[in-house]
Design a protein around this ligand. Structure first.
Ligand code: ADP
Ligand code: MG
Length: 214
């Protein structure tokens, strides 16, 4: 299996080459086709197995393949539990968007709120955020999620551990429409509340679980 076996834009394949990434990992082999199909996904695999590209590549492809971009950005919202994790995902996303005309922005707790509001007013296509700060901007109408096409929850188990369930629900409600696809990634699926939140946020999801110990 090669990255070129998926229907991915040439620019993405070129970015992967520049990143020195040659062959998809198991979670990528199984998750990328689901992401590209438009179906919801609940996926788990251990830390370090390549989950980030498993969602960033379908996310990029979804935005790239849109013929006419309407004014309703962001198209893609990626939520992570901590600033550190969000920063890591954002830096991989930057490498992928660098080759395109699309804009990505990060919205993290602890950074200047007004500067973030100004950045959001420039309508980034991709937003990488921690849930608390993103929910604060939503309340202030600094962004609208009625054009959101793809919601990604990475490290969903840790977001629940950190008490972000209410913010996830608020974000879900603001982005609740037919067009939206949701991808949920987690290191484990044992977290008691994960099935509950998945039941609320995902529609008939595909399940991918790599290396689960049953
Ligand atoms: P996870 O989110 O599952 O913990 P990451 O997405 O952070 O894992 O990836 C871990 C590391 O593996 C990163 O440094 C990333 O660049 C690298 N990586 C991801 N996919 C591949 C691949 N297909 N081949 C080689 N390295 C990869
Ligand atoms: Mg990860």
């Amino acid at each position: 299996m090669q990255f070129s076996d998926f229907s991915l834009d040439k620019r993405l394949l070129t970015s992967l080459e520049h990143m020195g990434i040659e062959k998809p990992t198991e979670i990528q082999v199984q998750s990328i086709p689901v992401g590209l199909s438009g179906r919801d996904l609940m996926a788990s695999s251990k830390t370090g197995s390549g989950k980030t590209l498993a969602f960033l590549l379908p996310a990029m492809q979804r935005v790239i393949s849109k013929k006419a971009l309407s004014k309703r950005d962001p198209r893609v919202l990626i939520l992570l539990p901590t600033r550190e994790l969000a920063t890591q995902v954002y830096s991989q996303l930057r490498l992928l968007v660098a080759n395109t005309q699309y804009k990505a922005m990060k919205i993290l707790g602890g950074e200047n709120f007004n500067d973030q509001a100004k950045g959001l007013a420039r309508d980034p296509h991709f937003v990488v955020a921690t849930p608390g700060r993103l929910a604060d901007h939503l309340k202030q109408n600094h962004l609208h999620l009625n054009g959101l096409e793809l919601l990604i929850l990475d490290e969903a188990d840790r977001m629940l551990d950190l008490g972000f369930a209410d913010q996830l629900r608020a974000i879900n409600k603001a982005a609740d429409h037919k067009r939206r696809q949701t991808l949920m990634f987690s290191a484990t699926l044992d977290h008691g509340d994960i099935n509950e939140i998945a039941g609320e946020l995902l529609k008939e999801p595909e399940h991918v679980s790599i290396g689960a110990s049953h």
